[in-house]
Design a protein around this ligand. Structure first.
Ligand SMILES: Cc1ncc(COP(=O)(O)O)c(C=O)c1O
Length: 375
């Protein structure tokens, strides 16, 4: 429906965060009966999240960004060290390296998966390289075996950025549990949220877990003693209480996302003008945080769909190295990472959330067919 010139009512949103009665009750209960900060819900959420990922420890933080930053500090990444990562991600991935005084060194992506290309990453290793941050972009697991082989051999640590991939699986393990450390975000658009900001570090290493516990809580060694320089970056009790309810639903929600992706694949695979997201396999189970198609007519298609009430997104219109601050700090000019730059011009995120209906997917796909029929 066109509301007024240029304004169209959204019929199908890009994402639909869930906040229902059970979450509301859990939030009220936590607010009324627990400490606002570091209440019982926080430790319960951590225990449950660790169990879900199959790791020994999970430590919550106030964001995914802090989860990444604290992981690097806990793993001993220092000023001047190099951290290899992808330029095609949310900016926070690379910022984590800068926050600890390290240098983010980009390696271009595999154009098919949109994840870091291990062979290109290998070329970036020098004597200064201390860590690699693969990102499971859009919920599709990165090539962890190659990354572990290449970087493990060189004595580097692996920090998984699983901020978009809660519950995705790689060779029978949950992502986040594959590297030295895994980091998650619970920002409101993610596959599971805490209805606010939040993050989590998962690991099997007790020393790393206890360092992150201190870092997120002012460097506290005991109630009144602080033996390291920490931050105030705890997850609020009320958010942890909501997270516990959402975690119980995660597998069911991810299954529904996979079913939606399958329908999109089915309705779009006859269009030669489009590239569809990679599908999973026995070993790789993506969770479709986003369903991202690619076309050189991306911008026109986006306008066409939005005129029909279908909200779309672009993840990401600028690769990290071309963000103004990275151009300024590192003198990137464009052309350095051609695959990421191509993706930033061609990727289009279609509506994706567990309650997305078949008729809505059909309508979106029909609208895409109509677009290509009229050009
Ligand atoms: C790939 C990736 N890394 C890191 C982050 C940072 O998480 P947060 O927004 O919780 O700080 C996000 C989330 O937005 C993300 O998508």
């Amino acid at each position: 429906m066109v509301l007024s010139k240029g304004l169209v009512q959204t019929k199908i949103p890009l994402a639909k965060p869930v906040f229902d009665e059970e979450m509301k009750n859990a939030a009220i209960d936590a607010l009324q009966n627990e400490r606002f900060v570091m209440g019982e819900s926080v430790s319960k959420f951590e225990e449950e999240f660790a169990r879900y990922c199959g790791t020994k420890y999970a430590v919550s933080t106030s964001s995914g960004t802090f989860a990444l930053q604290f992981s690097l500090i806990a793993l001993g990444v220092n000023r001047g060290d190099h951290v290899v990562t992808t330029p095609y991600s949310f900016v926070a991935t690379a910022n984590a390296a800068l926050h600890v005084g390290a240098v983010p060194v980009f390696a271009d992506v595999d154009i098919r998966t949109c994840n870091i290309d291990p062979e290109l990453a290998k070329e970036k290793i020098t004597s200064k390289t201390r860590a690699v941050i693969p990102v499971h972009l859009y919920g599709f697991p990165a090539d962890m075996k190659s990354i572990e082989d290449i970087f493990g051999d060189k004595g580097c640590v692996v920090v998984e950025d699983a901020c978009q991939a809660h519950g995705a699986e790689y060779c029978g393990q949950k992502v986040g549990a594959l590297g030295d450390v895994g980091c998650f975000s619970f920002y409101s658009s993610k596959n599971m949220t805490v209805c606010g900001d939040g993050g989590m570090v998962v690991t099997n290493d007790e020393d790393i877990a206890s360092k992150v516990v201190k870092l997120r809580d002012c460097g506290r060694a005991s109630h009144c003693e602080h033996d390291s320089i920490g931050f105030t970056a705890r997850l609020n009790t009320v958010n942890a209480a909501i997270g516990r309810v959402q975690l119980k639903r995660l597998d069911e929600w991810n299954e529904k996302r996979r079913a939606c992706a399958k329908l999109y694949d089915e309705f779009l695979n006859d269009l030669d003008e489009l590239l569809l997201p990679p599908t999973g396999s026995f070993d790789i189970k993506p969770v479709y945080h986003l369903y991202v198609i690619r076309t050189s007519l991306r911008d026109k298609l986006k306008v066409w769909l939005e005129q029909r009430g279908i909200q779309c997104g672009v993840h990401y219109p600028l690769p990290i190295h071309l963000q103004p601050i990275y151009r300024k700090l590192f003198a990137y000019k464009g052309g350095e990472f051609p695959k990421s730059e191509l993706l930033s011009k061609t990727a289009l995120s279609l509506p994706m959330y567990p309650e997305l209906r078949k008729d809505e997917i059909k309508y979106t796909c029909q609208s895409i067919h109509d677009f290509f029929d009229q050009i």
